[in-house]
Write a protein that binds this ligand. Sequence first.
Ligand SMILES: [Fe+2]
Length: 344
Amino acid sequence: MIFEQVANGGCQSYLVGCSDSCVAALIDPEVRKIDRYRALAAQHGVRIQYIIDTHTHADHFSASKQMSETLGVPVIAHRLSPAPYVDLRVDEGDVIKIGSLRLTVLHTPGHTRDSMSLVASDRVFTGDALLIGATGRTDLPSGDPDELYDSLFGKILKLEPNMRIYPAHVYKGAACSTIEEETRSNPRLQKRERAEFVEMMRTLSLSMPEHLTEALRVNMSGGVSVAQLLSEAAAEVPFMSMDEVKSRVAAGANDFIVLDVRERDSFDAGHIPTAKHLPRGLLELKVNEALPDPTVRIVTYCDYGKISTLAAATLRRMGFTRAVALDGGMKVWREKNFPIESQA
Ligand SMILES: [Fe+2]
């Protein structure tokens, strides 16, 4: 059995596969690790056959949709998953075949209603139902402590005691545990009566995960995060260094346009000499009058280098094939004491 555990902060994802059939499945992939997963699959000589999400994640950005599109393979999730891009919806007792490897679906709601655990011969991927020394929280959308009680005490803890547990999160300590070990030492599992377990889960005061609303929006809809939008735009444009822009401006180069895409107030307060002003919000509407020559070289800039990257990518898509973005923004330009012109 091929097995790789990939950590991204506390989030865990897994590549599991069959070396005889050269196929694998990826469990709970995260966007920032896409290259790592692909490299691991290549290293093991396996084709990723399925992408599986154990549940709708609220705390990380799932790479499932993106990987499924680039690899041309189905996304598997529980039938209650709200994500519209799920190709294969599974339910309690279904078996996912990956060569000679078998993953049996256990519906283990409570953390979310679409949570499932995947049982292999000697290990179980518990998603956020059972964690090491903890359990998934039940206070996020579709969470329910009563359901988690049933999932844990009625299903997961009834698996073989020596079965290993691989959860979707490991915040500290060992990267895996066993059913026996958790039953014995996991503090939350010591509350064995339903009422006391539910009461404990209801009174945990946990801080909300970072990016909660954005992660839920992206994972439930298959849309993109702001970071993803920016990195896609950055991959589509070249950049120009500040020194290069400064010397071209100083030399009075007339073969390129410095384009300030910030709001009017910022432009008036100080801009790169010779810069033309066209705010990002009006770019598409005013582009024809502001930039009549599509062959001109354009360098966009803003305060931090993000909006200018989006603007350069938009310009390229519209046919300004020589548009680039400033590597950095006005904030650093000022810090460097580079020349500034103001409207006053
Ligand atoms: Fe989760």
